[in-house]
Design a protein around this ligand. Structure first.
Ligand code: GLC
Length: 741
């Protein structure tokens, strides 16, 4: 008797029973559903439309299985009504994904992402994103088009507001934190949202900072600067990516199979879903890369864009492309798998509807507190003659176009913000100082060119103890399609500053802006300057607390602030050049008929010099700090080693304060010229007066390499220089050295 037979049949029976009872994996559920879909229904899943209420046409399209996702519908009852058409009235009942640009909050607005970058605090970014997910998902939004991780080195570009600044490491860490905040530990939790790492890729490198413009990116720059934050987003488990509008070296991202297949899928092993940007597939026609919408659909599907946002290319062209044999149904199936997998991961088949009992859950006290803390940590103290924290007892003149601008204080991409909930600086200062506050706007809005309001402000300043001047940009002056060639304070703000300074009363300038601005005259005439970017709902409360010394400014610049617009693009990762800057001769100092070479032949501008007005990583506190000499675990390391760096930091002042230990390295001799310094680690810390702490960095030596123009990572033997400081301004600080063998 073959004992094996009964055992095998018994095993088979058990296995069969178990498999029948065991829940299917997501991939098994995807394959099962895909196998039951018609080609029309498959293509319908690839179609994303912008919502805007319930209409019979939209309902019919959903019932026909021609819509996979909606964006911009945020009324929970309407979300449920539209979702019911998909789940209960379409043939296969596949739920829709509802999506929105929830970029830095839904109702409770956090600082714009550039301000969040200034916190250098990933935990705070994660908290803010989790709060945004809680609020947005309570309206039915389960997918946000955030975080934007486009490294931006040109402040003329309006969308610098939406990223975390000019450095790839800071952007990587903050972007990953945002992904974790949106998605939580379980994406099927109805209070989470799928993140969308965007805009893949190089959107921030738009030529001359003009939005949507072409980019030219050599391989080493692509792999050293622009790709790392996307890789970090993918590694953080981002559920979706969005392609960028721009072309890279002549290939639009919507048709770029190197980005979407070779890198994202094959090299990085990412299995999420890629959505186009708005109409970006069809815009390949405008680019001159696609002949027509059919060609655009062919190029988008072939490159690997899964979902067509408001392009109407897939839904109108793909079926015929399959019939004509130009796109295989297997290719369509792969795109659809990525969409269905996302819907299963989101738990939409189990929980397709908004729970109306807990819908529209906004402004929780803890959320407002978090938004205030984020605004405090996003505020950078650029300069201070000691007037801050303010301890005076006299009249306070509050003035400027941003002192009481509840709409503009939240900055760009604040679609769902309710300005009646914004706490402006004026409101917060009045609550703190009562009738000591005198408010004279001086300018009605940031672009106001009228000087009519100056006289009243100057008169009010005469007996003011301090002038708090809230300057900056309205929200509309940054963000998408809002690049500026002249990035100085708009309107008559410079003239207004001169009028205020002429009163002889101390002026504290607080700048709210969506980008670095060139503010040399304003900074020079100010007793102190605070840069708060656009600080969000609780920005006024945060600024009042900082000014009064109830707390301290916690920000460090995530971007370089220029002297002049003409310095852009501007960033700290400068190269030494063959003519490193020496004695700068400024334009007004050049004698008449000066000799051709009399000003020196090194790398600087005659009118702007060489350095930024304020450098990346800069930010003062209400105390002082001392950084010890970094200690290295070894002075010779192999490429496979990890270098441990420790540095003692001390609070040498009389108040508590936070700071950021920034670790920079330089490879002074390499097969491709390397920057003078590159950020390779950072850690924020808080110390009480007299307290000392030791900051520890573990630096994989491989992370100190660079990429060649073929995208190969190179870790070359040779001497390296290393600094740990609290700014990228390292002049006068001797590096410690070590050797890679
Ligand atoms: C916009 C933006 C993108 C946004 C999308 C949906 O054009 O480029 O960042 O997520 O369209 O609003």
């Amino acid at each position: 008797m073959n004992f094996r037979t009964p055992l095998l049949s018994l095993t088979a029976a058990v296995a069969l029973t178990l498999s029948a009872a065991a829940p299917q994996s997501i991939d098994e559920r995807v394959e099962d559903l895909l196998s039951r879909m018609t080609l029309t229904e498959k293509i319908g899943q690839l179609n994303q439309l912008s919502g805007g209420g319930y209409s019979d046409d939209m309902a019919q399209a959903i019932r026909n299985g021609q819509v996979g996702s909606l964006l911009n519908e945020v009324d929970p009852a309407t979300v449920n009504r539209l979702q019911r058409e998909a789940v209960e009235n379409s043939r296969l009942g596949i739920p829709l994904i509802f999506s929105r640009d929830v970029i830095h909050g839904f109702r409770t607005m956090f600082p714009i992402p550039l301000g969040q970058g200034a916190t250098w605090n990933p935990a705070l970014v994660e908290l803010g994103s989790s709060i945004a997910a809680q609020e947005a998902s309570s309206t039915g939004i389960r997918w946000t088009f955030s975080p934007m991780v486009d490294v931006a080195r040109d402040a003329r570009w309006g969308r610098i507001a939406e990223g975390y600044g000019e450095d790839p490491l800071l952007t990587s860490v903050m972007g990953a934190a945002a992904v974790h905040g949106y998605q939580g530990d379980d994406l099927s939790d109805p209070h989470t949202m799928a993140a969308c790492v965007k805009h893949f890729a190089c959107y921030g490198a738009a030529e001359s900072g003009r939005d949507y413009n072409t980019t030219w990116i050599p391989g080493s720059l692509l792999h050293d600067i622009y790709l790392p934050p996307f890789k970090a987003g993918a590694d953080a488990g981002a559920a979706t990516f969005m392609v960028s509008f721009n072309d890279i070296n002549g290939v639009p991202s919507s048709g770029n199979s190197y980005l979407l297949r070779t890198l994202l899928r094959d090299a990085w092993g990412w299995d999420g879903m890629v959505v186009s940007d708005w109409n970006s597939i069809a815009e390949m026609i405008n680019h001159g890369y696609a002949a027509d919408r059919r060609d655009a659909a062919l190029k988008g599907a072939t490159a690997g864009v899964d979902m067509d946002m408001e392009g109407h290319a897939y839904v109108n062209e793909l079926e015929q492309l399959v019939a004509d044999g130009l796109v295989s149904e297997a290719t369509v199936d792969d795109l659809v798998r990525n969409v269905l997998r996302l819907k299963f991961r989101l738990g939409l088949f189990e929980n397709p509807y908004v729970d109306m009992a807990t819908a529209n859950d906004f402004y929780r006290p803890a959320s407002l507190d978090a938004a205030r803390l984020a605004a405090e940590e996003a505020t950078v103290l650029l300069s201070n003659n000691g007037i801050l924290p303010y301890t005076g007892t006299g009249k306070i003149l509050v003035t400027g176009p941003m002192a009481d601008a509840p709409h503009d204080q939240s900055g760009t991409w604040s679609f769902d913000m309710d300005k009646t909930h914004t706490v402006t600086p004026l409101a917060a200062l009045r609550a703190k100082y009562g009738d000591r506050v005198v408010y004279v706007p001086g300018l009605a809005y940031s672009r106001d060119r009228s000087t009519d309001g100056f006289a009243d402000a100057v008169a009010a300043a005469a007996d003011a103890d301090i002038i708090l001047y809230f300057a900056g940009e309205e929200a509309v002056l940054s963000g998408e399609a809002h690049s500026r060639a002249d990035i100085t304070l708009p309107g008559a703000q410079k003239e207004y500053m001169a009028a205020l300074a002429a009163t002889g009363r101390p002026v504290v300038t607080i700048v709210m802006a969506g980008r670095p601005l060139a503010i040399p005259e304003t900074a020079a005439a100010s007793a102190a300057v605070l840069y708060s970017f656009h600080p969000g709902t609780m920005g006024g409360e945060a600024l009042a607390r900082i000014i009064a010394g109830d707390t301290y400014p916690g920000g460090k610049l995530p971007v370089s602030l220029p002297v002049m617009s003409g310095q852009e693009p501007l960033h700290y990762m400068q190269k030494n050049t063959g003519r490193p800057v020496e004695n700068i001769t400024y334009i007004d100092d050049i004698p008449l008929e000066a000799g051709q070479t009399s000003t020196g032949c090194t790398t600087f501008f005659l009118d702007a010099g060489y350095k930024p007005l304020f450098p990346f990583g800069h930010g003062l506190s209400y105390t002082t700090f001392d950084f010890g000499t970094p200690q290295l675990s070894a002075t010779t390391v192999a490429p496979t080693d990890t270098l441990v760096v420790t540095c003692a930091v001390s609070n040498t002042g009389r108040r508590a304060g936070s700071n950021v230990a920034q670790l920079y390295v330089r490879d002074p001799v390499a097969s491709l010229v390397q920057p003078l310094k590159v950020l390779k680690g950072f850690e924020k810390f808080t110390l009480n007066p007299g307290q000392t702490s030791v900051i520890r960095f573990e630096i994989p030596v491989a992370s100190l390499g660079f990429h060649d123009n073929d995208g190969n990572l190179i870790v070359e033997p040779g001497d390296m220089q290393l600094w740990v400081s609290d700014s990228s301004e390292l002049d006068g600080i001797a590096p410690v050295t070590f050797t890679i063998r």
